[in-house]
Design a protein around this ligand. Structure first.
Ligand code: KG4
Length: 377
């Protein structure tokens, strides 16, 4: 079964065709990053307009004249004006092609990204079936989400931890802004940190806070503090550190290339220490989760899952615990429609008037009452 996926939840306009839930036939991603860069973050109105301008071309390139058996679309969570563009395009297309429509939860889709393989694969058996990996824990770390879930069986999700404020990607992007590294900053911080750590093994990191919320605060909403993160204090700590050390600058004496980006050794040390704090925060919460709920597998997805420190640390942790780690290929870590089409394979298809009632749900929760299992109708 070939499914066309459409993704417009944030700042990527994407369409993809995926066969039988895993084999990626095409995956077209138009990124709006250059449009949002001058503002240092995603501007919803600009995102929506750009989706409208690009969606037809992106869908047409992904289809490449192919016939599909269903149309799938992200209907939440995400930015309302951005989601609406994809949902309306999907409705129109499903109606015109006379095929079912499938609403997909974006976070759930990130947890399917590790199971995608490119067509034709030299070894399809290398890509496991997502239905075979549960019971598992999962982590989605991206620009909009940092969420830890338990998946006791396939299709069942229980949120066991999340961020109380900024997502991990926001923590990277806001730090990059403070440091003058541009937007989005995650990849730049990662490259500098990796190069700095490689050249300075054993050097002490600046002790930035590790994002652990205080037990009992109402924002935890009943979740254990030991499985949640809070990155707002970390960002403030960086700001204070930079204020207290005005001599630290990206440019100046000793400035040189770190993984393709210029910085002084002092600035690179701050950057690597900041990344280290995020990696430690994420790894500590995952370590605790695996102790509280031992599972045979761990599934990792989202734009920040590309981070070299997070990959290294979680790989070592899972190896030590005898847990099988499933990570998305780099090109499927960020927002993409292949993961939407992939997940759709296992979801309920809706047709006719019911499909036309599907609505964008900006605050859609994973595993919540309005989970995509039944489609947003
Ligand atoms: O999943 P994603 O494409 O979409 C959103 O949720 O918007 O994630 C984008 C986020 C950005 O915050 C970006 O800075 C971050 O992922 N990111 C990284 C890395 N590559 C992208 N963060 C840390 N290390 C990276 N290598």
């Amino acid at each position: 079964m070939d499914i066309l996926g459409i993704e417009t939840s944030c700042d990527e306009t994407s369409a993809a065709v995926v066969r039988d839930g895993r084999e990626v036939i095409s995956n077209v991603v138009y990124t709006q990053i250059p449009l949002h860069r001058p503002y240092g973050g995603v501007v919803p109105e600009i995102a929506s307009r750009a989706h409208v301008e690009k969606i037809h071309q992106v869908i047409s390139d992904a289809l490449g004249g192919r016939k599909v058996d269903a149309v799938a679309v992200t209907y939440g969570p995400g930015l309302a004006p951005a989601l609406l563009v994809g949902v309306n395009a999907a409705k129109g297309l499903a109606k015109a092609l006379k095929v079912p429509l499938i609403g997909v939860n974006h976070i759930e889709a990130h947890l399917h990204s590790p199971f995608l393989f490119d067509s034709p694969s030299p070894d399809p058996s290398a890509a496991p079936d997502p239905r075979d990996v549960c019971p598992a824990l999962g982590l989605v770390v991206s620009g909009g989400n940092t969420i830890l879930v338990d998946m006791p069986e396939y299709g069942k999700y229980e949120v066991i931890g999340e961020t109380l404020d900024d997502a991990a990607g926001e923590a990277f992007d806001k730090a990059a802004k403070l440091l003058g590294l541009g937007y989005p900053g995650g990849l730049v911080i990662d490259r500098i940190s990796e190069a700095f750590a490689r050249e300075n093994p054993g050097l002490d990191f600046i002790p930035f806070p590790k994002g652990r919320p205080r037990e009992g605060v109402s924002a935890l909403a009943g979740l254990p503090a030991s499985l949640c993160v809070s990155f707002s204090g970390l960002k403030t700590a960086l700001m204070r550190y930079l204020q207290a050390h005005p001599e630290i600058s990206l440019s100046g004496p000793g400035e040189r290339d770190w993984g393709g980006h210029m910085a002084t050794p002092e600035a690179a040390h701050v950057i690597a220490s900041y990344q280290h704090a995020i990696v430690e925060a994420v790894s500590d919460r995952v370590r605790t989760a695996l102790s509280m709920r031992p599972r045979k597998a761990f599934v990792l997805g989202g734009g920040v899952s590309l981070n070299s420190g997070i990959r290294k640390s979680l790989s070592a942790l899972c190896l030590e615990r005898g847990v099988k780690l499933y990570m998305a290929k780099p090109k499927y870590t960020g927002d993409n429609a292949a993961m939407i089409a992939a997940l759709a394979m296992y979801r309920r298809r809706v047709e006719g008037a019911a499909a036309m009632r599907m609505d964008a749900m900006p605050a859609l929760e994973i595993g919540g009452a309005c989970c995509s299992q039944e489609g947003a109708v």
